[in-house]
Ligand binder design. Structure first.
Ligand code: SAM
Length: 245
């Protein structure tokens, strides 16, 4: 997969893209990252990418011409590229969206800045994604979140390091709790069942902990999850106090 990032701050990405899972994913050829400098798509001597907003008001707006020139240059190379603007006004980014994007071959992630981008860019992109109901200074941090969430889903990237299938949201539920040594830390014990070696019972316990956690912390997720008869019975018997255990 090729992921291109269009930004005013190319250096921003140097460290995150060269660490941990993202670095390994590149080394093994699962993904390639290219960082494009928006200023490279200008033609004036000062490489101006922003201007004052029509109608007045504070801040600067990213100009439409360099944005569209960059999008066109990438689309010319690959008409199949998915062009995504990071925007607080976009659809909320989710694990489902990460899965969908991981099935594509090529993404262009556009990072806004200042007051945002000239709104006409919406005629040239495929979709806009938001990280949540808060305002960040630029699209770089949201773009990195998309890059990370998508890359770790690419085949072979996590290897033995993590079981993507059981992670929170992947099953529609929050994941069960994890523990490692020591067994007792300042009087807080690891649940006995995890030391039993009985894999069937551990599997069931983990499923029930997932259900319990989701019911307590994110009941909205239960409405969208496929539950079997045992799950439904467990949830039906869950008293309000048990949800808090
Ligand atoms: C300071 S913000 C602009 C906010 C804009 N004036 C508004 O109120 O909608 C600058 C850039 O940061 C990025 N950004 C900020 N918050 C974001 C969020 N929650 N999700 C995705 N991108 C965001 C976008 O690329 C945006 O163009």
């Amino acid at each position: 997969m090729l992921i291109e990032l269009l930004t005013l701050f190319p250096e921003f990405f140097a460290s995150p893209l060269s660490q941990s899972m993202l670095s390994r994913a590149q080394a093994q050829g699962a993904v390639e990252f290219r960082v494009l400098n928006l200023r490279d798509f200008t033609h004036d001597r000062h490489k101006v990418v922003d201007d004052r907003p029509f109608g007045g008001g504070p801040g600067m707006v990213l100009k439409i011409e360099p944005l569209v020139e960059a999008i066109r240059a990438v689309r010319e190379q690959d008409p199949e590229v998915r062009v995504i603007l990071l925007s607080p006004q976009g659809a909320l980014f989710s694990q489902d969206k990460a899965r969908e994007l991981a099935g594509r071959k090529h993404l262009l992630l556009i990072c806004g800045h200042y007051e945002g981008v000239d709104d006409r860019v919406h005629f040239y992109i495929d979709e806009a994604l938001s990280m949540g109901d808060y305002i960040l200074t630029g699209g770089e941090i949201p773009a990195l979140a998309v890059v990370d969430a998508v890359t770790r889903l690419l085949p072979g990237v996590l290897g033995g390091e993590g079981a993507v299938e059981e992670e929170s949201f992947q099953t529609g539920l929050l994941e069960y709790p994890h523990y490692t040594r020591p067994r007792d830390f300042e009087g807080f014990d690891v649940p006995e069942i995890l030391l039993s070696g009985d894999h069937a019972r551990i599997q069931r316990w983990r499923r029930e902990e997932s259900l319990r956690r989701t019911a307590r912390l994110r009941p909205d997720l239960l409405e969208k999850t496929v539950l079997d008869a045992a799950d439904r019975e467990f949830l039906a018997n869950l008293t309000d106090s048990a949800k808090k255990d």
